[in-house]
Write a protein that binds this ligand. Structure first.
Ligand SMILES: [Zn+2]
Length: 408
C-alpha cells in the first residue's frame, strides 16, 4: 500500500475515532447534579437543560464529523481529486487560474456540503435551547459575505503561494512564509475597522458609570484603552463574550451587548481585567510568535513533499501540479496538525489561568471574577465536568469548575 495513502486515511480515521471516544467519555462523565461550587447558579431545571444541551451538541458533532470523514476518505480512495483536476484542466485556463479554480472548487464543494449542518446547528439545535437569534436573512448574508471574503483573502494567499513556488526556486518556502505572515498581520490590523463591521455593529460604550469604572481599572493597571465598544452579539445568539481586536494604536475592546445585559459593572471590570491580563502577561505576543514559527515549519515541510510522486499516486492523479500538491500536503499534515493543536490548547489553557489570576490580583476581588465566570457558564449552558480527554483535545479554555477552584 502507498505509504502516503496509509498515513492520510489512517490519520483521518484516528482523528474521527478520538473525537467519538472523547464525546462518549464526556457523556459518561456527566453527573446527575451540579457540582457543589456551581449549585448556587445551576438550579435543577437549568442543570438538566445544560446536560441536555451538552448531549445534543455531542450528537450533532458526532453526526457531522462522521459525515465529513466518510466523504473525505471516499474522495481520497475513489480518486475524486483527480476527477476535479481533469475537469478544471479541460477548461484550458493558464497555470495560475487553473490552480485557483481547483482549490476554489474544492473549498466551494466543502462549504456546500457543510451548509445543511450549519442550517441545522443554527435553526435546529441552538434554537431549541433558546440561544439562536439569527434571522434567515442574517444567516444568508453572513454566508454570502463570508464567501466573498474567503474568495478575496484565500484567493490572494493561494495565488501568492503558487507564484512563489513556481518562480523562486529552493527558497520559495521562505517567501511563502513571509507573504503569509504579512497578509495575516495586515488582516489583524484592518479587522476592527474593515472586516468585523461587515458582520456586526460596534458602538462606543455609552453607559458612563460602566465606562468610568473600566477606564479607572485600565489606568490603575497601566493599560492604554484606545476604545471601548459594544458589539451587537444579540444579533446572532444570546451567548455573551468579550475580546480585544487590532493591535497598537488601533487596539480596542469589544463587549457583547449580551454580556453587558447579564453582568453588573464590577463583573464586567473583572472580564476586562482578564483580557488586559492576556496583554500584560505577554500572552498575545507569545501566541503571535508561536503562530509565525508554526507557519514557517508548515511551509518548510510542505516544500519537502510538493513534488513527491508517491503523494500524487496516493490520490490517483494523472498529472502532477503545485496546486494539487498544496491540497494533498494539507491532508498529509493531519496528524501533525492534531499534535500542534493539542499543544496550542494546552498553552492557551495555561494562559487562561494566568489571566484569571491577574484579574483577581489587580481588581483585588477574586469573588467577582468567579461570579462573572459562573454567569457566563450558566448563560452558555456549558458542561461543567467534561472528561479530561475532551479538555485535552478540544478545550482552549479550562472547564469553568477548574477556573473557579484555581481562584478560590
Ligand atoms: Zn482569556
Amino acid at each position: 500500500m502507498n505509504i502516503y495513502l496509509a498515513i492520510i486515511i489512517g490519520s483521518l480515521l484516528a482523528v474521527w475515532f478520538l473525537n467519538l471516544l472523547s464525546d462518549r467519555l464526556s457523556a459518561l462523565a456527566m453527573r446527575p447534579a451540579p457540582p457543589e461550587e456551581l449549585s448556587d447558579v445551576f438550579d435543577a431545571e437549568t442543570y438538566a437543560k445544560s446536560r441536555a444541551y451538552t448531549l445534543a451538541s455531542m450528537r450533532f458533532s458526532m453526526v457531522s464529523e462522521t459525515f465529513n470523514t466518510l466523504i473525505l476518505v471516499t474522495a481520497v480512495a475513489a480518486g475524486w481529486f483527480n476527477v476535479l483536476d481533469q475537469l478544471v484542466r479541460a477548461a484550458g485556463f493558464g497555470p495560475l487560474l487553473t490552480g485557483l479554480a481547483y482549490i476554489g472548487g474544492l473549498a466551494l464543494v466543502s462549504s456546500i456540503l457543510g451548509l445543511p449542518f450549519e442550517i441545522y446547528h443554527t435553526f435546529g439545535l441552538e434554537k431549541r435551547f433558546g440561544f439562536n437569534t439569527t434571522t434567515p436573512a442574517t444567516f444568508v448574508l453572513d454566508r454570502v459575505k463570508g464567501l466573498v471574503l474567503a474568495a478575496i483573502i484565500g484567493g490572494a494567499l493561494v495565488a501568492g503561494i503558487l507564484v512563489f513556488l513556481d518562480k523562486t526556486g529552493p527558497y520559495a518556502w521562505l517567501l511563502c512564509w513571509g507573504f503569509a505572515v504579512l497578509l495575516s498581520l495586515g488582516l489583524t490590523y484592518v479587522a476592527p475597522t474593515w472586516i468585523l463591521p461587515l458582520f456586526n455593529k460596534f458602538t462606543p460604550l455609552e453607559d458612563d458609570e460602566l465606562r468610568d469604572k473600566l477606564e479607572a481599572f485600565a489606568d490603575k493597571a497601566g493599560f492604554e484603552l484606545t476604545g471601548i465598544f459594544v458589539m451587537d452579539g444579540s444579533k446572532r445568539s444570546t451567548k455573551g463574550n468579550a475580546f480585544f481586536t487590532g493591535f497598537g494604536k488601533r487596539r480596542r475592546i469589544a463587549l457583547f451587548d449580551t454580556l453587558i445585559k447579564e453582568m453588573d459593572a464590577d463583573e464586567i471590570v473583572a472580564v476586562l481585567a482578564h483580557e488586559v491580563g492576556h496583554a500584560k502577561l505577554g500572552h498575545i505576543k507569545k501566541r503571535l510568535v508561536t503562530g509565525v514559527l508554526k507557519a514557517g515549519a508548515i511551509f518548510y515541510l510542505m516544500s519537502l513533499f510538493l513534488d513527491s510522486e508517491g503523494l500524487f499516486a496516493a490520490f490517483g492523479m494523472q498529472d502532477m501540479s503545485l496546486y494539487a500538491g498544496l491540497v494533498f500536503f494539507v491532508l498529509l499534515y493531519t496528524p501533525l496538525s492534531l499534535i500542534l493543536s493539542v499543544a496550542a490548547n494546552a498553552m492557551s489553557r495555561k494562559h487562561e489561568f494566568e489571566a484569571d489570576a491577574f484579574a483577581a490580583r489587580t481588581t483585588g476581588r477574586p469573588e467577582t471574577m468567579i461570579s462573572a465566570l459562573k454567569k457566563l457558564s450558566v448563560s452558555n449552558l456549558s458542561n461543567p465536568t467534561p472528561h479530561p480527554l475532551t479538555v485535552w483535545l478540544e478545550y482552549s479554555h479550562p472547564p469553568v469548575l477548574a477556573r473557579i477552584r484555581a481562584l478560590s
